[in-house]
Design a protein around this ligand. Structure first.
Ligand code: XMP
Length: 419
């Protein structure tokens, strides 16, 4: 019963109404579907001199992404777009942080700071320039909605308290706030945006910042993990290791940070069997929320021992971002070559500061999923030959990588992103 033409007309009227007393709108554009469609809607509703789009290079974008986004937005004919390289500022704000919520919050605040600085530089009156955002429906519920702040484990960057304060003062425009991703794409097509912009895989606002897993350096739950590993191994009849690191996940409604299991050794190669094993472990262990398979330690007798890499705490440094960026680029290229990028809904690539058998310092996690609106998802069954190819290419290119893991958890009980 959702009619797109009505939706577009309604939103154009709403935007014009909100801006009738000479107000203008400032949008942070990322090159993603949501902010691009938001900007295109605003460009249709208002004269060009009353919108301003700013692309921020946070230093946490993927390889080659900034150049690609600048070019495609320019080609799309969207007026008044500017770009700024704020990577030093973002990396500075993340210095020393390891907790996912603290990282998200710092990133959200930097976006606002960059926007404030730009307004000052251009001499824009802050009371006249509203903040435009590409917030969509799931962002709002995942951040806990307005009413249940206490339950929030993951605050999306566009729902930090500073922005909530602006919303209360009526200074924020979010024309897509009631839509799911597939509806946003339909609106984008309707507005004439190029298919490669409309069909890009979703990428979180904090970018690689929430995919570069951190650790405070304390390894203090060894007994609990050994027990969990034993229990999981007994449950599925394959060797399960439990590394000293937590990831976000949910059981029912409660989003929690828990350890994850890695199936190693001779587990056989059948996605259905592995998926069932993951479900069983998460549902019955009570202490693990995610399960991966090791792509490099899958021979009989392979039971690697994971530990936190020495020299912690492990934070968001530009060196670590570079390694993750390269691994992400390799995985993306291989999946593109195999014709899978359009079939996979989203493929996060994450990195964790784990040492394997005391050897090296980081582990890469592949998280391809199938979904329609990100509220539920199932892990995508990438053919094993392609998984092997990706894993060996990553290991070969990046000497600090000791293993490549493939996440076989569905959502629920897991989440798409790792933090
Ligand atoms: P989860 O991990 O909750 O992710 O299953 C659902 C969808 O939301 C994206 N996501 C984010 N997007 N800021 C964003 O703009 C965030 O902080 C954030 N966290 C998750 C995720 O990529 C997936 O598409």
């Amino acid at each position: 019963s959702w009619r797109m033409d009505d939706f577009v007309d309604e939103q154009l009227a709403k935007i014009r109404n909100k801006c009738e007393d000479g107000r203008s709108v400032f949008v942070l554009v990322s090159g993603g579907v949501d902010s691009t469609v938001t900007y295109a809607l605003l460009a249709k509703a208002l004269p060009p001199d009353r919108i301003l789009g700013l692309y921020v290079d946070t230093g946490m974008m993927r390889k080659g992404e900034s150049a690609l986004v600048e070019e495609s937005l320019q080609k799309a004919g969207l007026p008044n777009l500017r770009c700024v390289d704020a990577s030093a500022q973002f990396l500075g704000a993340l210095e020393g942080l390891t907790a996912p919520e603290a990282k998200r919050r710092a990133i959200g605040q930097q976006f606002l700071a960059v926007q404030r600085d730009k307004c000052k530089e251009l001499g824009l009156d802050p009371e006249k320039w509203l903040l435009g955002q590409g917030t969509i429906y799931p962002d709002t519920i995942e951040s806990g909605g307005a009413a249940k702040k206490a339950d929030v484990i993951k605050t999306h960057h566009n729902r930090v308290p500073e922005i909530d304060a602006l919303i209360e003062r009526g200074l924020v425009v979010e024309p897509l706030a009631d839509l799911y991703k597939d509806e946003v794409r339909a609106v984008g097509e309707r507005l004439g945006l190029a298919p490669h912009l409309v069909w890009r895989q979703p990428f979180p606002g904090p970018g690689l910042g929430v995919r570069l897993l951190c650790h405070d350096g304390e390894d203090d739950d060894a007994d609990m993990r050994a027990k969990a590993a034993q229990q999981a191994t007994a449950l599925v009849g394959a060797t399960v290791s439990v590394p000293p690191l937590k990831s976000v996940g949910c059981q029912g409604d409660a989003r929690t940070y828990r350890n994850f299991g890695v199936i190693c050794g001779d587990y056989g190669r059948d996605w259905d069997v592995l998926g069932d094993a993951a479900t069983k472990i998460v549902n019955e262990s009570g202490s693990l929320n995610r399960v991966c398979v090791s792509l490099l330690h899958n021979k009989a007798g392979d039971a690697p021992s994971f530990s936190v890499s020495p020299g912690g705490p492990h934070t968001c440094t530009s060196d670590r971002f570079d390694v993750l960026r390269e691994a992400d680029a390799i995985a993306t290229q291989k999946l593109t070559d195999a014709g899978l990028m359009r079939k996979i809904w989203q493929c996060p690539v994450a990195m964790a500061p784990l040492t394997l058998n005391g050897e090296k310092g980081e582990v890469i996690i592949l998280r391809p999923v199938d979904s329609t609106e990100a509220m539920t998802a199932s892990f995508y069954r990438v053919p094993f030959e392609i998984c092997d190819d990706i894993a060996s290419a990553i290991k070969e290119a990046l000497p600090q990588i000791s293993d490549v893991l493939f996440d076989v958890t569905n959502k629920p009980p897991g989440t798409i992103e790792w933090e």
